[in-house]
Design a protein around this ligand. Sequence first.
Ligand code: SF4
Length: 473
Amino acid sequence: MSSHFNIHDLKKQMKKSVRERPDGVLPYKKSTKKAIAGRDLRASEWDDFEERRDRATQRRQEAIDTLPDLHDQLRERWEERGIVVHEAKDTNEAQQHILKIIRNVKADRILKSKSMLSEEIEINDFLEKNSITPVETDLGEYIVQLRGEHPSHITMPAMHLLREDVGQLFAEKLGVEYTDDPPTLTKIAREALRKEFLAAQVGMCGVNFAVAESGHLATVTNEGNGRMVTSQARVVIALMGWERVTQSLEDLGELWQLLARSATGQRATVYLNLLSGPSPGPTGPDEVHVVIVDNGRKRIHQDPTMREVLRCIRCGACLNVCPVYRQVGGHPYGGVYPGPIGAVLTPALHGTREAPDHAFASSLCGACEDICPVKIPLPKLLLHQRHQKVEDKKNRGFDAEEVIWSTFAKATESGAVFSSFGRAASVLQKVVPGGSVPMPQWQKGRTAPAFPKQSFRQWYEQNKRETGREKDE
Ligand code: SF4
């Protein structure tokens, strides 16, 4: 994992993110609202939108349930098409496969189109350490790479920025005159990247879906950079999560439309690129390698409850609708995948010990499940992980929080014990300065309420005596 996540950091960030911008504008609030409005509009265009969601859910689940067979089918198709397959059980193996492919052709730069999996395996840092320069070619990714940051959203990597931020960045890093005009900014990036495309030796792309019946590697983009990366470079590396398999081209068509509508409110993305293997012509690669990354996915597959998360098609709609994400953006989540899907996926991939707090970064309002095109029950999975964390803690021995809550539970089981706690609290109030138990950390942002002078039970007894109701009863 790139950085550790802590629920207290997220809470701090919720306050900080509002203070940080002098104009008080939270870019992700505006952009997520726009994306949801677009998604709702496109959903309303189809009378059978819910039936399509049901169908996609069912087909994704069938694909997940039969993944080992579909991978066998894919291997046969890839062999026929001349695609070289590399399996990586973890980040280290994936990095080594990629390095070997690049070193074989003695390249010192690689061009990348958007891939969250490449973030997951931290390939940019790794390649730089090995004297290879990775160049991001998706505009949002290019921007965050220039800023030395990671994407803040699954489909919109620079969502946390305003166009003024991008104007300042380009003036500083590319030596151009400041402008905040989006078409001019896009033109500046295009000119800088064009030279890279023409000189590309190795290209790397993500894989939205590998089609088992045909062996196609499908990538979905809006900028055409994915197509440039996979057609201009002589060697192409397709980086694929183990679960990203679909059965047929027909299923791909359905999922592609649902993905575009749910992610950005488009009827379809501008490009659907089907990579079919090496091509002997002037355009198209001489070599195509697919690196299949497990990194915990096969373990998730064995858990019947968590398995459902593998249906995810990475549309990002659950981020857009999440009240927590809309307030804090993606970076406070710490891991690669932010928002509700990240809260589930990060501990699922890395274990609850490595990511103990992610499952708590949710209000469990259920909006994420309602909008998910493949109906992943995210709140149920969050609760499952919270439960796992509790079990995990129990197995680790002493836990102060557990002791406090179990003592409280015991106290509430007996009226006499509960009353004695109340009496102890009143005594404490008289001896503790300020009238409450000192909790410096908790009290930083809050005022602790003083214990009441009289407990409810005492008040109730007194009230009964004074009003004479005792006799009536
Ligand atoms: S969990 Fe559902 S809504 Fe969220 S990114 Fe995955 S497919 Fe999209």
